[in-house]
Design a protein. Structure first.
Length: 323
């Protein structure tokens, strides 16, 4: 059975094609604004690039649309205009080619591709991206949230700081490079409440320090990473001890950061548990949507066109896991 996945929740248009044993194609087009993401402009980028990205994906897979058995798309959470553009494309293809359609929770898709590529069964998941920062684990048929941000996601915080200091969006990769050259630790607010955390205070404080002119940007980036990632590692360790998990999985775009991976790996080794971040697939992609749609369909999930309305606030723990 062959599934095509269409991802489009924010800045990335991803088209992935998979069968039940391998990835056939993975194509991505990324919207890179000078500042923050404008939902309408991002959706326009998706609509302008979807035909070419689809064509590239089919060329790479070396198949035709008649060989597709299932159309999967990102149903939420995400930016409304982007979600609606992708959903419209998926519905059009499903109706034209008379194929079944499945709407996929974007967050669940990050977890499922991570589990598959890392060979994990039931990990404690740290999901860190632009709009999301959550600690999750599968319990009684749902991914239960054991901790999360109380205000903004860590990726959002990094991007906001990046805009303040003149770093292009997304800011995470350049902040990481600058942090690697920093060596002076500057104390910043550290806000952890059990297994929840907050990033708005650290953002305000570091912006004030930057504007004061008394600190080097490299040292600020270094201190920001060390503080924020220590917070993430602390709450992950606390949840790990409580849940007695044997695996720690890092997913989401911020999961590409090598320093965050290093801190979580050290913590996991100290607790004698396995750690993994899916290399090349932490960022948004269509493959994760295709894989999750295929898992859902094989487990008996079916959707009509009327069921495919997008949900900007589609919570991870809203999804019943039947596969």
């Amino acid at each position: 059975m062959i599934s095509i996945g269409i991802e489009g929740t924010a800045h990335t248009l991803g088209i992935g094609i998979v069968d039940e044993s391998k990835i056939l194609s993975d194509k991505r087009a990324v919207y890179k604004p000078k500042e923050g993401i404008h939902p309408r402009e991002a959706s326009r980028f998706i609509s302008e690039n979807i035909k070419k990205t689809l064509d590239d994906a089919f060329n790479e897979a070396d198949i035709g649309f008649d060989e597709i058995d299932l159309i999967s798309f990102s149903q939420g959470p995400g930016l409304g205009p982007c979600l609606r553009t992708v959903a419209t494309a998926a519905r059009t293809l499903a109706l034209h080619y008379k194929k079944p359609i499945i709407g996929v929770n974007h967050c669940i898709a990050h977890i499922e591709i991570g589990k598959l590529l890392c060979g994990f069964k039931n990990p404690l998941v740290l999901y860190v991206s632009g709009g999301n920062t959550q600690l999750l684990k599968l319990e009684n048929g749902r991914y239960r949230i054991f901790g999360e941000t109380l205000d903004i996601g860590i990726g959002n915080m990094l991007d906001k700081f990046g805009r303040t200091v003149g770093i292009k969006n997304p800011s995470g990769p350049e902040i990481e490079e600058l942090a690697n050259r920093g060596n002076k630790f500057i104390e910043l607010p550290y806000v952890v409440k059990g297994t929840d955390l907050s990033f708005s205070g650290i953002l305000t404080n570091i912006e004030q320090k930057f504007r004061s002119g008394g600190y080097g940007l490299e040292d600020l980036c270094y201190s920001l990473q060390e503080t924020a990632f220590a917070m993430l590692t602390e709450v992950t360790e606390r949840a790990l001890a409580h849940l007695k998990a044997k695996e720690v999985l890092l997913v989401g775009g911020v999961g590409n950061n090598r320093r965050l991976q290093e801190m979580l790996r050290i913590m996991s080794e100290e607790h004698n548990v396995r750690f993994c971040a899916p290399k090349g697939y932490c960022s948004d992609n269509g493959v994760m949507i295709a894989i999750t749609g295929l898992l859902m369909y094989k487990a008996g999930v079916r959707m009509s066109i009327e069921d495919t309305v997008v949900n900007q606030r589609y919570r991870t723990d809203d999804v019943e896991i039947v596969w």
